[in-house]
Design a protein around this ligand. Sequence first.
Ligand SMILES: [Zn+2]
Length: 1095
Amino acid sequence: MAGAPALKHWRTTLERVEKFVSPLYFTDCNLRGRLFGESCPVAALSSFLTPERLPYQEAVLQDFSPAQVGDSFGPTWWTCWFRVELTIPEAWVGQEVHLCWQSDGEGLVWRDGEPVQGLTKEGEKTSYILTDRLGEGDPRSLTLYVEVACNGLLGAGKGSMIAAPDPEKTFQLSRAELAVFHRDVHKLLVDLELLLGIAKGLGEDNQRSFQALYTANQMVNVCDPARPETFPVAQALASKFFGQRGGESQHTIHAIGHCHIDTAWLWPFKETIRKCARSWVTAVQLMEQNPEFIFACSQAQQLEWVKSHYPGLHAQLQEFACRGQFVPVGGTWVEMDGNLPSGEAMVRQFLQGQNFFLQEFGKMCTEFWLPDTFGYSAQLPQIMRGCGIRHFLTQKLSWNLVNSFPHHTFFWEGLDGSHVLVHFPPGDSYGMQGNVDEVLKTVTNNRDKGRTNHSAFLFGFGDGGGGPTQTMLDRLTRLRDTDGLPRVQLSSPKQLFSALESDSGQLCTWVGELFLELHNGTYTTHAQIKKGNRECERILHDVELLSSLALARSTQFLYPAAQLQHLWRLLLLNQFHDVVTGSCIQLVAEDAMCHYADIRSHGNALLSTAATALCAGEPGPEGLLIVNTLPWKRTEVLALPKPGGAHSLALVTVPSMGYAPVPAPISLQPLLPQQPVFVVQEVSPSRSCRARAVLGCSNNLEILSSDLEQVARWGLGGDGGEVPTDSASRPPFTKTDGSVTLDNGIIRVRLDPTGRLTSLVLVASGREAIAEGAVGNQFVLFDDVPLYWDAWDVMDYHLETRKPVLGQAGTLAVGTEGGLRGSAWFLLQLTPNSRLSQEVVLDVGCPYVRFHTEVHWHEAHKFLKVEFPARVRCPQATYEIQFGHLQRPTHYNTSWDWARFEVWAHRWVDLSEHGFGLALLNDCKYGASVRGSVLSLSLLRAPKAPDATADVGRHEFTYALMPHKGSFQDAGVIRAAYSLNFPLLALPVPGPAPATSWSAFSVSSPAVMLETVKQAETGPESQSRALVLRLYEAHGSHVDSWLHTSLPVQEAILCDLLERRDPAGHLPLQDNRLKLTFSPFQVQSLLLVLQPPEN
Ligand SMILES: [Zn+2]
């Protein structure tokens, strides 16, 4: 034990040591002031400023002008290249010499044409080691380049971090000189700071704390900063303290180097490429100098960028991956949002990611890694397991605003019952710095004390901070095994999870979603990005299906595998956790919209190509192919293009995952099976009521069966006319005020003169779906001012500011007059600046009414929703998620209930009581809630940070309402929501289209959804004539189902989500059918090897 201070005065002793290491006070005489010795300016400095992000080879050829320390440069997003010519004084032989560089912005040092280190003040990287010991004969003159990006570590927010960027920021170079670095001083500083941390962290009632303080105090006594020969004595005191070992039961902290890099956020995608280079080249340098240092790196996309822009660095990363120091983690293309992407898109994150990791680094990842994402779908455990992953790491739930999550290490049980082992680093961070307080917090904050004795500790500055520093490593290695503290080992994620798994007998299990009680505005912000996401998921689905069918049918067809991979990667990129969520700056949103535009245009071209190939050899009447990309037969009204850009409506029936010829013109269509749509408007009290029904035929008005085949023999001929207003079949009216009724014999919709829904009746049962005395389709506005995270958060208190939007009577008018389709439309002034128009559409035979909506939105901090009070009572509502659905409460009983006042869903939300329910469908929305009996869909927000223009402008979206008998499963809500999102396609083809209908696949059970049909990934064993099918059980039931195909299938084998064959997965194929057995929400993938072409 070192000598204790003479007087028992905790505070003066502690502060004495603090001042000895202070960078602010007494640097003339303290130890910190001796960190650097002699210094000298660089020999010559010149610079070149450019708005482009140029490659090195191009940049160094430009005209550089003389520059000096103190110079300003900019503006935001530009780049300033500095040429630094330097000569190390001969007198410094034997010394460690640094280039000390301080500037705003983020710098990258280039030496001999290769990037060597990042320089970022905010990431504590302000010096570059020129030599750790200058030798006698070493060259002392060299030229470096420093590429400085004109943006900070966290972008360029005007005034605050998340404010929209200031385009006019200027940046300054404040230091550029050579200096001698005293490594021995650095080591003493590290020790003294750790001792201070232990003294403070363990506190005044702890024996070990006093030992640390007195050791530090004695070190100050023996150490004379001006006399390096006194340092070893001080060092020995420290070593004695840190050499006192802990006991066997000590907690073990697995310190893993990391640098969380947001793929785009407060800076554009292109800057991220440079952030990766700056950060990883710094990590490489540390790996070289510290062979024990392990760095975990996620996101295949970022590695792919580095591979193409910095091939030398990529090769180094591969080398360090072989040594086990550079560890690719996560398995995904990017760290995607955990809520909004579809199930298939989540699978593709892993498929693209794992294949990239395998190809570039020789192995796949064994842990899923999403430290910063805003909540985690209950379907993720199954998706992980299907992609070869059993472990998951995040920490974001520590951000919960309401409830503190009860575990740090636990098993997570997904929707289907799959289990994965989850770890949240108990320090609640992914950017630790190796300080004692963080190490202690990791132990004290751990909610699984006594159940597990291992924790992760992710250290390193994220987002261009360049990751870990040597100082962090020095701290952590010093804390390896010291009495009073947890054991610290530099470790890999694999070592961590092996340790957790080997001692997991006492861990608890969490079932269902990991809901983040924060950031629930991200389900709605940037509606155009959301729409792009949903639409592009649909386009890629359709392209893959049609291309697969063309591949199976035509020997000439080349499956567009490379184009599809490119388009998928764009979609996956946009699903990054600050892009699809809308929490990014305007520049990123613009890039994201360009990615969607690419997917739309290329995707549509690929659809045409595939359609053309499908038509080859089967001459038929018209140059148009009607395609159904869903796995059941559909009869729907479709708008067919006519010459001159017009459209005509037709009722078409298209078989399951197949096509049909264009139907004959309407007069030749004798068998219209269903009741036509009636549209009736009560014009005014003084005039008689007018009702129209094109194709009306009163004989059929009582036909209410939804089984179209049975009633097909009843034709609806003629070309319509007015239906007598006294017709017995006319819906009952009591008012004559301009309201409109739409009735297709399945549902009857009544709109008041302002467009609100006063009644929605399921005709067969006469059951009313709208709550008594209430109205649906009620638009409501809320004030939407969160506490800080503007684009991210909608707070509970916004609900207190609810203001229903009142329309003007008389704005409702009949649109389409009935027959195949009936509609009414209206205008609504939402606010003085924003207006809405809506067409309410009902089609023949359709079990739901659609609301096509257009909004011109010019608001600030307002939230628009639409509400439907239902005549349904249930304590839980059901929400669609990836490959399934789950229930959430409709009440605010506990804090866990009310923390979910705004939740996410995919294509539908349902509120059902026994025997009856109401479903709310949508084609591009994700935010929703059901409170009491009110279903609410979140439509538009208007946050101002980090993008002041977010959501301002024109929007178009559709939602739909479907009342139903029985359960939503039996009533077909899931299929209806698919139909709304995957409209039948009328694809123009150059030649004649087939004359007969054709179906490629069908499934016998309505509980089983055939989600995806694609070509198998073409790996080493080429499977170019093999398809992969993905199916899932959608009802939540155990079920057997037959898959039928008309394709020439040779062999069928079960495979995992990465398309690896299950060795015991051969399925017998009889009469083109195969049997599949599902458990609730199970996802199954199937490899179908096609027969070789006939010649
Ligand atoms: Zn992030």
